[in-house]
Design a protein around this ligand. Structure first.
Ligand SMILES: [Zn+2]
Length: 498
């Protein structure tokens, strides 16, 4: 049973969905006025993993994410550049979609844009006016916060605390300072649509209420976003939707923790403002994902180059371990093989890893625990390999194949991909040329060639010809391999990054 922390109840609850076997989920998307920063990326990555795990658990997940393509920030950016707001919105929508795909975030089931839902937003404002939850002043429409008794429940504040927490508002025409705009009359040069209250555009909060209801119906199961959206954005969405429909809005509210860079709040003035696309230029997506998933999604995350480098090392270790399993599996099988106990221990380690992975992920998506289960799995498989590589039977190969498949599957639930199994990967074909040069090998099989090199090194060592032995070692190192001397004999293993 999946359990998740619900911001509304402030406890972990069992996930019981509206429709059996289905999860209806909405995550607030970006406002497209700039490239997304690494903090936004963390939120979207967290909910991508929530979705992937629910799918792994057998749910049919309908995942909706909006794109805010009309907003004050977009209009400001467009004015600074001297172009139309739609030009800015289109450019950064495309940049956002590319950045998400580069990070390995799955495409939403539906990705509605605010500008495509204007008639429905006008319709919701009309419903709110009819029900006495909104009022019109000079072409602007405001939601009347005090008309909705539950206001403040999600963020856990009473109305007066909400007042203290909201930004000081200069508009003194409002009946109450807390009231927020449902519809704004357009100033000259701004994007605008015709409404019963004149030319204007929707307030930001409205689109999420309208598009989530249209795509998912009410109440839907999970609403996600970063912690800083709880107030006022999510509080306002909840008030609008429940006031307009009389139905409960959302069953489970999930909020992701914020991200700091080098232990400081990210800001342009501190010079630590990191865009996702810049980070992805220096670090591959699986490394960025590993770093982020090492911290629980609700906890604050400290992002730094040092931590990225550590994550890169961790990723290389796991990739190397999996490559070694691939190569060992392709070796000709021998008749002696691992002991029954060794094989049973490996099988038990695989089952234990999956059980721990699931228990951790069921417990409010504890990705750090789940990752440690995968690391332990690859460690066990490689220690099995280190003990037995020189004499693996067909049964041993099958056990290793299962270990590799297991590691790859669990990693893919976290969206962390492993390097492709490239052709000739048992050993690169260059090893044949090296063996021909140093040992006189005449065949065409990379693994035989590697063994011929090991034999040539043994001969050189027995003749105390250390220089010749070193040439073999250095030649293999040039292809990314090291020679390990084990009790059962020498073996060649791959070492990433050397
Ligand atoms: Zn929203």
């Amino acid at each position: 049973m999946v359990r998740l922390y619900n911001t509304l109840s402030r406890t972990k609850e069992d996930l019981v969905t509206r429709e059996e076997g289905r999860v209806l989920m909405y995550v607030c998307g970006p406002t497209v006025y700039n490239h997304i920063h690494i903090g936004n990326a963390r939120t979207f990555l967290s909910f991508d993993v929530v979705r992937r795990y629910l799918e792994y658990r057998g749910f049919d997940v309908r995942f909706v994410q909006n794109i805010t393509d009309v907003d004050d920030k977009i209009i400001r950016a467009a004015n600074e550049e001297g172009v139309a707001a739609s030009v800015v919105a289109k450019r950064y929508t495309e940049a956002f979609l590319k950045a998400m795909s580069d990070l390995g975030v799955k495409k939403p089931t539906a990705q509605p844009r605010a500008t495509e839902a204007i008639p429905e937003m006008i319709e919701m404002v009309e419903r709110l006016l009819e029900r006495g939850h909104a009022y019109v002043i000079d072409g602007d429409v405001y939601f009347s916060v005090r008309s909705f008794p539950g206001y403040g429940t999600l963020s856990g504040r009473d109305i007066d605390e909400c007042l203290a927490g909201s930004r000081v508002d200069v508009d003194e025409r409002k009946a109450d300072p807390l009231d927020f705009a449902l519809w704004k009359s357009a100033k000259p040069g701004e994007p605008h649509w015709t409404s019963p209250w004149g030319e204007g555009r929707p307030g930001w909060h409205l689109e999420c209420s309208v598009m989530s209801e249209r795509e998912l119906g009410l109440p839907f199961d999970i609403h996600g976003g970063a912690t800083d959206l709880i107030f006022p954005h999510h509080e306002n969405e909840l008030a609008q939707s429940e006031a307009a429909t009389g139905l409960p809005f959302v069953r489970y509210w999930m909020h992701g923790g914020l991200l700091q860079v080098n232990s400081e709040k990210m800001s342009k003035s501190l010079g630590n403002f990191l865009l996702l696309r810049d980070v992805l230029e220096s670090y591959p997506a699986p490394v960025v994902r590993l770093l982020m998933l090492q911290t629980h999604y609700r906890s604050p995350l400290d992002f730094s180059t040092d931590r990225l480098d550590e994550a890169r090392t961790a990723y290389e270790r796991i990739a190397t371990a999996v490559r070694n399993l691939r190569w060992a599996r392709k070796a000709p099988s021998s008749v002696s093989g691992a002991t029954t106990e060794d094989r049973a221990a490996l099988a038990a380690a695989l089952s234990a890893a999956r059980a721990k992975f699931e228990a951790d992920m069921d417990d409010d998506f504890n990705t750090a625990g789940a990752l440690s289960a995968i690391f332990e799995l690859t460690r066990q498989a490689n220690s099995f390999l280190a003990t037995n590589q020189v004499s693996l039977t067909a049964d041993d190969h099958a056990a290793l194949e299962r270990a590799e498949a297991e590691a790859a599957e669990l990693l893919s639930v976290l969206g962390v991909s492993l390097p492709e199994a490239e052709a000739g990967a048992v050993y690169p074909f260059e090893v044949i040329a090296l063996a021909a040069e140093l040992s006189g090998y005449k065949g065409s099989d990379p693994r035989e060639a590697a063994n011929a090199l090991l034999a040539a090194r043994e001969v050189a060592r027995s003749e105390k010809n250390w220089a010749a032995a070193d040439i073999v070692r250095d030649g293999l190192a040039g292809l990314g391999f090291v020679i390990e001397d084990t009790a059962a004999g020498a073996r060649v293993v791959y070492r990433d990054g050397r």
